[in-house]
Write a protein that binds this ligand. Structure first.
Ligand code: FES
Ligand SMILES: [Fe+2]
Length: 359
C-alpha cells in the first residue's frame, strides 16, 4: 500500500547522494539567509571577522565609514582563505602572495601585477555577498540580490518577543562548534520534533512540559513552544528553571538557523548548521544570557544543554547509519507530532525542484 505522499519521508537516497548534496548547496544554502555571527565580533569601523554562509567561507567587514559589508573570504588570485582571525584592520591582505584589498572589497595591489600587460585589477575585487542584521545578530546570504533579511525573518522577531524573550536584554557569552556524522537534514529533522523527547531526553522533559508542546509553521519559521514543567518550578530539574522565561521556544528559520530559549533566566542559543559532506554536517551555537548572570547558573545550564546535545547526536548518527544504509527507500512520518518535519521536507523538496533560472 502506498503512503499519502506527504507522510512518506524524503527518499533515503537524499541523505547520502552527492548529487543531491550539490543541488542543496546551490539551491538552498547559496540562496537563503543564515545566521553568521554578531556585531560584537566587530571592533567598530575598520574591523572584520571570518565566518561561513553554508559551506562558503565568508568575511563580515565594518568599513572605515562604518558600513557593514560581506564578501566571500576567498582570494581572487588562487583561492587562499584571506582572513582567519577577527580584529581591526585597514585592508585585507592575502597571506599567500599578498594581494591586498580595501575594506570595500576592491583590489588595491598585487605584487608584480604592473609587469602584466593586461592585468584586470578592476575585475578582481572580492566577491560581495548580502549582509543584514536583526538586533545584534548578523545574517548572510550568498546571493547578493537576495530579498532583505526582514522578508526571510517574517514574524520570527515578533514571535520571540511575544513568547517572553527580549533579545535586547541579552549579552553574548560564548560560541560552541559541533560536528555530527549525519546529513544536515537528519540533524534538523530531529530538531523539529519532540516525539523522541520522552524516551531520550529525561533532563529536557523535566524542564519543559512536553505534553503541552505547541507547533507552528509560518513562512520560513518552524517553531515549537512548551511551558516550563511544574516539577522544574519545584526545583526538581536539571537546572534551576525558575525565572522570567516561563515558556521554552525553539525555532528553525529555514533552512538551517536554530534559535533556542529554555525556561528560566533569560537565555538564547542561535546558530547555523551546514553540510560538509552528504553524511556530515557542522554547526555552531552562540550563547547569550542576561548581563551579569550568575556563573553557577550558567554552568548548570551548560551541563544540561550539553547533555541534551549529546543525546541528540547519538540519535541522528544512528538515523544516518540506518536511513543511509540503503536498506529501505523511505520512512513514514506522523501527521500530528511530526508536522514541522513534514513542512521542512516540503521546503527542501520545493527548493530542489525549482529550476534555478526561475529564481
Ligand atoms: S592566493 Fe591570495 S595572493 Fe595568491
Ligand atoms: Fe532531541
Amino acid at each position: 500500500m502506498r503512503l499519502a505522499s506527504d507522510l512518506a519521508t524524503l527518499p533515503y537516497s537524499w541523505y547520502v547522494d552527492p548529487a543531491i548534496a550539490e543541488l542543496e548547496r546551490g539551491r538552498i544554502f547559496r540562496r537563503h539567509w543564515q545566521y553568521a555571527g554578531h556585531l560584537g565580533e566587530l571592533e567598530g569601523p575598520g574591523s572584520a571577522f571570518p565566518t561561513h554562509v553554508g559551506d562558503l567561507p565568508a568575511l563580515v567587514v565594518r568599513d572605515r565609514e562604518g558600513t557593514l559589508r560581506a564578501f566571500l573570504n576567498v582570494c581572487r588570485h588562487r583561492g587562499s582563505i584571506l582572513v582567519s582571525q577577527p580584529g581591526p584592520r585597514t585592508s585585507i591582505q592575502c597571506p599567500y602572495h599578498a594581494w591586498t584589498y580595501g575594506l570595500d572589497g576592491c583590489l588595491r595591489g598585487a605584487p608584480r601585477s604592473r609587469e602584466e600587460p593586461d592585468f584586470e585589477a578592476d575585475e578582481l575585487g572580492l566577491v560581495p555577498i548580502a549582509v543584514d542584521t536583526w538586533g545584534e545578530f548578523v545574517f548572510l546570504n550568498a546571493d547578493p540580490d537576495a530579498p532583505p533579511l526582514a522578508h526571510a525573518l517574517g514574524d520570527l522577531p515578533e514571535s520571540v518577543s511575544d513568547n517572553g524573550l527580549d533579545i535586547k536584554g541579552l549579552r553574548f557569552h560564548s560560541r560552541a562548534h559541533y560536528e555530527i556524522a549525519a546529513n544536515w537534514k537528519i540533524a534538523l529533522e530531529n530538531y523539529l520534533e519532540c516525539y523522541h523527547c520522552p524516551i531520550n531526553h529525561p533532563g529536557l522533559v523535566g524542564v519543559i512540559d512536553e505534553r503541552q508542546l505547541a507547533l507552528q509553521a509560518s513562512g520560513l519559521r518552524l517553531s515549537q513552544f512548551a511551558p516550563v514543567h511544574p516539577d522544574a518550578l519545584a526545583g526538581r530539574a536539571a537546572y534551576d528553571a525558575q525565572g522570567e522565561i516561563t515558556r521554552g521556544q525553539f525555532h528553525l528559520l529555514f533552512p538551517s538557523t536554530k534559535f533556542n530559549t529554555e525556561p528560566g533566566r533569560p537565555n538564547l542559543s542561535i546558530g547555523p548548521v551546514w553540510p560538509v559532506a552528504p553524511d556530515r554536517c557542522h554547526g555552531f551555537l552562540d550563547y547569550w544570557f542576561a548581563p551579569g548572570e550568575d556563573a553557577g547558573w550558567i554552568e548548570d545550564f551548560f551541563a544540561f544543554d550539553t547533555q541534551v546535545g549529546a543525546e541528540d547526536t547519538d540519535l541522528v548518527e544512528s538515523v544516518q547509519r540506518g536511513a543511509g544504509s540503503g536498506a529501505l527507500e523511505h520512512g513514514r512520518m506522523l501527521a500530528g507530532a511530526e508536522q514541522l518535519l513534514i513542512a521542512f521536507q516540503r521546503q527542501v523538496r520545493s527548493a530542489l525542484e525549482t529550476d534555478v533560472s526561475d529564481g
